[in-house]
Design a protein around this ligand. Structure first.
Ligand SMILES: *[C@@H]1O[C@H](CO)[C@@H](O)[C@H](O)[C@H]1NC(C)=O
Ligand SMILES: *[C@@H]1O[C@H](CO)[C@@H](O)[C@H](O)[C@H]1NC(C)=O
Ligand SMILES: *[C@@H]1O[C@H](CO)[C@@H](O)[C@H](O)[C@H]1NC(C)=O
Ligand SMILES: *[C@@H]1O[C@H](CO)[C@@H](O)[C@H](O)[C@H]1NC(C)=O
Length: 420
């Protein structure tokens, strides 16, 4: 064997070894410790260390320096722009990775301020929500389709609601009709994924045009990973799911349906009229000629009723033709709560407390305020009224359809709607 052949052989073997090493390393990071809903004592902020730093110090450090860079730039920005600057006094960020544990173990916090007590209550609320979710994910008597599917078996297209911000290590699963426009705005600003007309990343969430907020090309979502990472995309997802702070906002499922109906069928919306109102009217109203455009239908006062909408949801043909539209698709199908270990579960019903708490948890509360909502929000108290005209049997079937969302997120069964 000549010297050059030997050299080639060494190079080839070396490369093979490196590739194997990388694959094994990724496997370790990706699957070891990737326990679903088992580690609830871990620190609230994944950036603050704990067991997570031990697996991959390099990634953690890169990540930390990313955060530092962001915070620096944000601080610089905040001092030059009064609009974004919080008017509230700057609060103490939640201290250290162990503060929660200390509190739970009876740490004396009597000397703390009202504000800190509020933060503690919020942490306990989060613990409660996560425990409820964990309990039902583990409870084998409680079942629903896809519940026991592994993360690897979730098709890519069902991961299209998970928005990733690599700059701060945040993942948000958006649920339409649950303040998602504003959280998407926040994600765009954090990840600098969209440039304004001057070519500068948007820094004020409220300046982002609504159509851009909902344009999927403004966001990096899990279903796009294959383009970037090829066959390593699942590994990358798992690494990010393990390292990043994952949050979700949920809402009472029946109230969410009312809200979806109001915004997509009571307001003139050409796309929703063509895709959904026409099939609903054709199937469930006795009209022989259904108007072909929203404009015509609205001038004639022809709209699907809430009851026809419910009929459409219960009709087996609907799901056979295509999966539920995201505005009424169940949260468990959008966000896979038994496969993804969410660090923060917010509720629309307590948005005013949960949004600041999440920003505190992300250490962004002094830099950033959640945009206020000006929309005419559907109130939970309207539920009885809206469902009073829906036959009891339909209400019971509808509950079954949305039961996992009620149970997993701790919404009480609406008994008064389910009995005579
Ligand atoms: C498990 O789920 C079943 C069915 O929903 C319920 O009756 C039971 O109380 C649950 N068990 C626990 C421990 O939560
Ligand atoms: C979404 O954004 C992309 C890139 O900016 C643009 O090409 C596309 O037309 C937009 N889509 C819609 C529906 O506005
Ligand atoms: C449609 O017609 C059938 C029979 O003609 C009737 O029973 C039903 O109540 C009608 N539905 C509506 C929504 O008018
Ligand atoms: C809010 O919605 C309700 C019911 O859809 C409607 O009656 C009311 O006029 C709306 N209010 C505003 C300010 O748009």
């Amino acid at each position: 064997m000549t010297k050059s052949r030997l050299f080639c052989l060494v190079v080839v073997l070396g490369s093979v070894f490196m590739i194997l090493f990388i694959i094994v390393y990724w496997d370790n990071v990706g699957t070891a410790n990737f326990n679903l809903h088992t580690s609830f004592s871990k620190s609230l902020s994944p950036h603050s260390g704990g067991e997570q730093t031990t697996t991959s110090p390099t990634i953690e450090n890169d990540h930390a320096s990313d955060i530092d860079r962001f915070l620096d730039s944000f601080l610089n920005f905040a001092t030059t722009n009064n609009e974004l600057q919080s008017t509230k006094p700057v609060k103490e960020p939640i201290k250290g990775p162990n503060s929660l544990e200390e509190n739970v173990r009876g740490y004396d916090w009597s000397s703390k301020t009202k504000l800190e007590e509020g933060a503690l209550d919020q942490e306990l609320i989060q613990q409660g929500r996560k425990l409820t979710l964990q309990r039902f994910c583990e409870n084998s008597s409680f079942d629903y389709p896809t519940k026991n599917r592994a993360f690897d078996d979730i098709p890519n297209k069902e991961l299209d609601h998970l928005i990733v911000d690599d700059r701060h290590g945040v993942i948000y699963c958006y649920v339409p009709k649950v303040a998602c426009t504003n959280w998407k705005r926040v994600m765009i600003v954090l990840s600098e994924s969209l440039l304004d007309k001057k070519g500068v990343p948007y820094q004020d969430p409220l300046l982002i045009p609504r159509e851009d907020v909902h344009n999927s090309s403004s966001h990096l979502t899990f279903n796009k990973f294959w383009r970037r990472y090829g066959k390593f995309s699942r590994h990358m997802m798992k690494i990010k799911l393990k390292k990043y702070t994952k949050f979700i906002f949920v809402r009472d499922p029946f109230v969410r349906l009312i809200s979806a109906f109001r915004s997509k069928f009571e307001l003139e919306n050409e796309d929703f009229y063509r895709s959904f109102a026409i099939p609903i009217l054709t199937r469930f109203s006795n009209r022989t000629n259904v108007p072909t455009s929203a404009g015509k239908a609205f001038s004639l006062g022809t709209k699907p009723s809430f009851s026809q909408f419910i009929q459409y949801l219960l009709d087996a043909r609907t799901e056979e033709q295509q999966p539920f539209n995201e505005h009424w698709r169940q949260i468990y199908r959008l966000c896979h709560p038994c496969q993804i270990d969410y660090d923060f579960i917010g509720k629309l019903e307590t948005l005013d407390e949960d949004a600041p708490q999440l920003l505190r948890q992300l250490n962004m509360d002094s830099l950033f305020q959640f945009p206020p909502s000006y929309r005419n929000r559907t109130a939970s108290s309207w539920e009885d009224d809206w469902f009073s005209k829906i036959p009891l049997e339909w209400r019971q079937k509808l509950y079954k359809l949305y039961e996992p969302d009620f149970v997993l997120f701790g919404y009480p069964k609406p008994e008064n709607l389910l009995h005579v």
